[in-house]
Design a binder for this molecule. Structure first.
Ligand code: PMT
Length: 402
C-alpha cells in the first residue's frame, strides 16, 4: 500500500548545513506521490536556492509571511492545507521559536496556526543540542504531542562527535511510511538506570559505580523502536537521549520505588537496569556528622523494586532484570530470575579488573529466560542496547502471543 500517496506534506526548512540532503527527501516524497509544499526560513535561503526546491517540489516555495493568495493569508491557508508539517532540518532556533509560540516568520506562524501533526527532525551542533535550554524546549514540544525524530549520534560536519546530526533520509522516509500506515500500538517501556544514593548525612552517602550508561542506551534503543519511554534515573551526569523519552530523576531507592510504582500501571515492558542500593541508613543525621574514631551506621533493606513489579497481578508488564555479578555469573543470575519472578534476566560481569560493564562504555550480556539463553558479545553500550532491545521485543511478543 502506498501510504504517502496524496498526503499533503508541508516541509519546513531551516538553516542547517544538513539542508543539502533535503533535495533527496523531496524527490523520495514525490516518488511516493505525496504532495509537497515547502516553506523556507531566511537562513535556509542563504544555503540553498528557492528555485531548486521549487522545481523539485513542483510547487511555489513560500517564505513571505505577508504573501496573500486569492485573498487569503498564506499562513492560514498552508496551516489548514497540511496533513503533516515536517520540519527538516530543524535548527535550535526554529525549535526554540515553536516552543515559545513565536510567530515572527512564515514557518513559525504556520506552526502556531495549524492543527496538523508536527514532526521535528533536529539538526545542529551537539553542544547546541545538549544545551539545557534546547533540551528544555524539546521537552516542552514533546509534552505538546510534537514528535521529535533523532538526532543521530556520530561525527558532525564541524568535527565534533555526539548527538546532533539529522537522521538519514532513508530513515525519515521509513518513519513517515510507518506514521501514515495503520498505526501499530506503541509499546510503553519503563527503564530504571544509574545508581541510587543513600544518605548518611547531608553531605555523605552510600552508592555504587553505576554511571547510567547502560540504562540510558537502552532508553535510546527503546525510543528508536517507537516506544513511549519512561526513564527513571538515579543521580548521573548524562544528557537524556533523543526520542520519545520522559525522564524522571530520583536520588534514593525509596524515591525510585515510589516513582516506579506510581507510573507502572500502563507499562508493557519494565527493564530494571538500575543498580539500586540494597540498603539504606536508618540513623540518618540531618546535620553533618563530626569526625569521630568509630562511626556506627545502621542499615535496613530497601524494597526490591523489580520484585514488586513482578508480583503485580493487574496489568503486570513483561519484566526484564539485570544481574551484576563478579563470580558464578549465570548461576547467580538464574537464581535471581526465579526468586524475583522475572521474564528475562541480563547477566553482566562487574569484576573490578574488567574493562567492560559498570561505569565503562562497553558491556557484554548473557540473556537468560525460562527455557533458553543467549550471549550478546562485547560491544559499545549504545550498540549492545539495540541488540538487547530487539531480543526483548521478540521474547515479549512470544510471551504475549502478539
Ligand atoms: O550504569 P552503568 O555504569 O552503565 O552499569 C550498568 C550496570 C552494570 C549497573 C547494569 O548493567 C546492571 O547490571 N544493573 C543491575 C545491577 C544490580 O544491582 O544488580 P542486582 O543483582 O543487585 O539486582 C538484580 C535486579 O534487581 C536488577 O534488575 C536491579 O535493578 C533490581 N533491584 C535490585 C535491588 C532493589 N532494591 N531493587 C531492584 O529493583
Amino acid at each position: 500500500m502506498i501510504t504517502l500517496s496524496k498526503k499533503h506534506i508541508l516541509l519546513g526548512i531551516s538553516g542547517s548545513i544538513a539542508i543539502y540532503k533535503i533535495f533527496e527527501l523531496v524527490r523520495f516524497l514525490r516518488k511516493k506521490q505525496a504532495i509537497v509544499k515547502i516553506v523556507m526560513t531566511r537562513a535556509s535561503k542563504k544555503l540553498v536556492s528557492k528555485l531548486s526546491l521549487q522545481i523539485l517540489s513542483n510547487h511555489k516555495v513560500f517564505d513571505d509571511i505577508l504573501y496573500v493568495n486569492n485573498g487569503s493569508m498564506i499562513h492560514i491557508k498552508l496551516a489548514k492545507w497540511a496533513d503533516l508539517i515536517l520540519l527538516a532540518p530543524a535548527t535550535a532556533n526554529i525549535i526554540a521559536k515553536i516552543a515559545l509560540g513565536l510567530a515572527d516568520d512564515l514557518l513559525s506562524t504556520i506552526c502556531l496556526a495549524t492543527t496538523a501533526k508536527i514532526i521535528i527532525v533536529p539538526s545542529m551542533n551537539n553542544y547546541m543540542y545538549r544545551a539545557n535550554v534546547t533540551q528544555h524546549n524539546i521537552q516542552i514540544l514533546r509534552n505538546r504531542g510534537i514528535l521529535i525524530w533523532g538526532p543521530n549520534f556520530g561525527e558532525q560536519i564541524c568535527g565534533d562527535v555526539g548527538f546532533g546530526s539529522m537522521l538519514s533520509i532513508n530513515l525519515i522516509m521509513k518513519k513517515l511510511k510507518q506514521y501514515f500506515s495503520t498505526p501499530l500500538k506503541s509499546l510503553n517501556i519503563m527503564i530504571t538506570a544509574g545508581p541510587t544514593h543513600e544518605l548518611i548525612d547531608p553531605v555523605r552517602f552510600i552508592s555504587n559505580y553505576s554511571s547510567g550508561k547502560m540504562g540510558f542506551s537502552i532508553a535510546y534503543a527503546a525510543s528508536l523502536v517507537g516506544a513511549n519511554v519512561t526513564l527513571i534515573s538515579g543521580p548521573v551526569s548524562l544528557v537524556t537521549p533523543p526520542g520519545n523519552i520522559k525522564r524522571i530523576n530520583v536520588i534514593s531507592a525509596l524515591e525510585m520505588h515510589q516513582v516506579v510504582m506510581d507510573n507502572i500501571n500502563n507499562q508493557d515492558i519494565f527493564i530494571g537496569c538500575a543498580a539500586v542500593s540494597d540498603y539504606r541508613i536508618t540513623n540518618f543525621s540531618s546535620n553533618k556528622i563530626a569526625k569521630k574514631d568509630h562511626l556506627i551506621i545502621n542499615l535496613v533493606k530497601n524494597p526490591d523494586i523489580i520484585s514488586e513489579v513482578s508480583k503485580l497481578t493487574k496489568n503486570r508488564p513483561y519484566v526484564v532484570g539485570f544481574s551484576a555479578e563478579t563470580n558464578l555469573l549465570k548461576k547467580h543470575a538464574r537464581k535471581k530470575l526465579i526468586e524475583k519472578k522475572l521474564d528475562l534476566i541480563c547477566a553482566n560481569n562487574v569484576s573490578k579488573n574488567r574493562l567492560n560493564s559498570i561505569s565503562n562504555d562497553y558491556n557484554e550480556l548473557y540473556l537468560i529466560w525460562n527455557g533458553g539463553e543467549m550471549f550478546l558479545p562485547l560491544k559499545k553500550k549504545q550498540v549492545l542496547a539495540k541488540q538487547l532491545m530487539k531480543q526483548i521485543i521478540i521474547r515479549y511478543e512470544k510471551d504475549n502471543k502478539c
